[in-house]
Design a protein around this ligand. Structure first.
Ligand SMILES: Nc1ncnc2c1ncn2[C@@H]1O[C@H](COP(=O)(O)OP(=O)(O)O)[C@@H](O)[C@H]1O
Ligand SMILES: [Mg+2]
Length: 265
């Protein structure tokens, strides 16, 4: 059974179509990447799936629950790490997580052990009592992932999990995402514009361009499909999205991206 299923999922803003009739089906335990340039519609798709943004038309189901008619059920089974900063810099890592444990209705007796477990799992035990403003970008990202998995969600949404991080911080975030998949069998839907990140973390990827899903498959299938010896996922991406690539990278998209990078970096 598909744990995430979208049916012609669509979102418009005025006359522009941010997500255009998206059809996707993701199985339990998969790690799936939505890949696309800035402005492709990745964040908008995730916001609809996490019930934070109403759909314009179409439908989606998470663990069999409708995002349009059963949003409360959906929220109980998902975790979400947004593209923007989602932790409070003035609180310690531990305090941030305790706050969220209460938000997720975790029974009060279980809060502390659950928080300590999550911190340990993300490699943050030593930093638990430091204010988050003293954390590095990679540590903040790991804290945000710890926060999103406190209630042991079946599905985790990660929106550009390594944006603005240096290669070493990226690697530790990647390692922890892979460990999460292995130990908790969490189904992961992530977005990125880094082809090597998707290739490394995900068993299946989809290319999005201007709101439309243009190709999907395993990284190997997509590389093979362009019939160019030794091609990379990046070659496949350029092949499928080249007509639209430069137009997605407009000034407002880039300035938004930079701001996010600064905040998390
Ligand atoms: N709240 C909003 N109001 C108007 N337009 C928006 C809004 N959010 C996103 N968009 C537009 O929708 C398109 C897709 O944006 P987004 O989903 O953020 O793309 P991505 O995450 O792939 O960079 C862009 O053209 C963007 O400008
Ligand atoms: Mg985005």
């Amino acid at each position: 059974m598909a744990i995430i299923e979208t049916k012609k999922l669509t979102r418009t803003f005025g006359s522009s179509i941010a997500v255009n009739a998206l059809d996707m089906s993701i199985e339990v335990g998969e790690a799936f990447a939505l890949l696309g340039p800035n402005g492709a519609g990745k964040t908008t798709a995730i916001k609809m799936l996490t019930t934070l943004l109403p759909v314009s038309s179409g439908e989606a189901f998470i663990c069999g629950f409708s995002i349009t008619t059963q949003p409360k059920n959906v929220r109980r089974v998902i975790g979400y790490v947004p593209q923007m900063l989602s932790v409070d810099g003035t609180l310690t890592g531990m305090e941030n997580l305790l706050l969220f444990a209460r938000l997720y209705d975790i029974p009060s007796k279980e809060c502390k052990p659950r928080v300590l477990d999550s911190l340990a799992f993300m490699g943050l035990s030593d930093a638990a009592k430091k204010p988050v403003r003293e954390y590095s970008g990679g540590m903040i990202r790991r804290l945000e992932i710890a926060q999103s998995m406190l209630h042991h969600p079946a599905v985790l949404f990660l929106d550009e999990p390594t944006v603005g991080l240096d290669p070493i911080a990226c690697k530790t975030v990647w390692d922890h995402i892979l460990q999460l998949k292995k130990e908790y069998h969490t189904t992961i839907l992530m977005t990125t514009h880094l082809m090597d990140e998707a290739d490394h973390l995900c068993n299946r990827v989809a290319f999005m361009s201007r709101g439309t899903l243009v190709a999907s498959g395993t990284p190997q299938e997509l590389k093979d499909s362009i019939q160019k010896p030794g091609s990379t996922l990046e070659d496949a991406f350029i092949h499928y999205t080249s007509e639209t690539l430069s137009e997605g990278n407009n000034f407002s998209a880039i300035s938004r991206e930079r701001k996010t990078a600064e905040r998390s970096g």
